[in-house]
Ligand binder design. Structure first.
Ligand code: AP5
Length: 207
């Protein structure tokens, strides 16, 4: 089965994806992670994407679809798409590559998005996610898992977070109706604890 995690920035897509990969063995494909890696490498794609990401805008659809096509084909199965598709054009493009069987929509209001993302910290080395309010590291600034240094994403400041939410509302939220009409969308309350969100999604997956 191929699964899509849909929801506003900070809804917990990355956090949930890590648990789903561990428990169900999905292959995780996060377009945000791929783009951040390209920015770090200073590749042509990274240089193109950097400005969009810093402003909290979407990278053009053709660029994103090209990236996905490089990594999956019509025989791919067991993929977990995190942060993709983000527009109707991307969803239609994905349909031309492989079928989507289930979409989990993580619902979270804007104020909670701002609260969570302002407090997010990420490990530079292994990418583990922390939150200064809800999931702080044992030693401030250090990853519990690998001892790496924690940093704040450049797009996790309030002005850019609010812009990302606005962009989400205008360009990505229409995907809720799009997938609902196909009968494959399941809503999950993302304001619950990470364990409870995972439990509810696991229940859906186990049918
Ligand atoms: P991307 O990296 O995809 O960012 P995003 O969608 O804004 O999502 P986030 O990574 O910010 O949040 P998340 O939902 O994964 O939450 P997380 O689990 O980290 O995209 C970045 C940029 O790249 C975009 O702005 C765009 O420019 C570009 N881009 C990427 N994909 C694109 C595409 N398809 N098309 C065009 N452009 C694209 O959790 C957040 C925080 O909350 C953490 O601190 C975590 O510890 C905490 N937390 C998680 N779950 C819970 C919980 N249940 N309770 C309490 N705290 C929680």
């Amino acid at each position: 089965m191929n699964l899509v995690l849909l929801g506003p920035p900070g809804a917990g897509k990355g956090t949930l994806a890590a648990r789903l990969v561990e428990e169900f063995g999905f292959v995780h494909l996060s377009t945000g992670d791929i783009l951040r890696e390209e920015v770090k490498k200073g590749s042509e794609l990274g240089r193109l994407a950097k400005g969009y990401m810093e402003r909290g805008e979407l990278v053009p659809d053709e660029v994103i679809l090209g990236m996905v096509r490089e990594r999956v084909d019509d025989k791919s199965d067991g993929f977990l798409f995190d942060g993709f598709p983000r527009t109707i054009a991307q969803a239609e493009g994905l349909e031309g590559i492989l079928p989507v069987h289930l979409v989990i929509y993580l619902e979270l209001p804007e104020e909670e998005v701002v609260r969570r993302l302002s407090a997010r910290r990420v490990c530079k080395r292994c990418g583990a996610n922390y939150n200064l309010i809800t999931q702080p590291p044992k030693v401030p600034g250090i990853c519990d898992r690998c001892g790496g240094e924690l940093y704040q994403r450049p797009d996790d400041n309030e002005e850019v977070i609010r812009n990302r939410f606005q962009v989400y509302t205008e360009q990505s939220a229409p995907l809720v109706g799009y997938y609902e009409r196909k009968g494959i969308l399941r809503r999950v309350d993302a304001s619950l604890s990470p364990d409870e969100v995972f439990r509810r999604v696991a229940e859906v997956l186990r049918g």
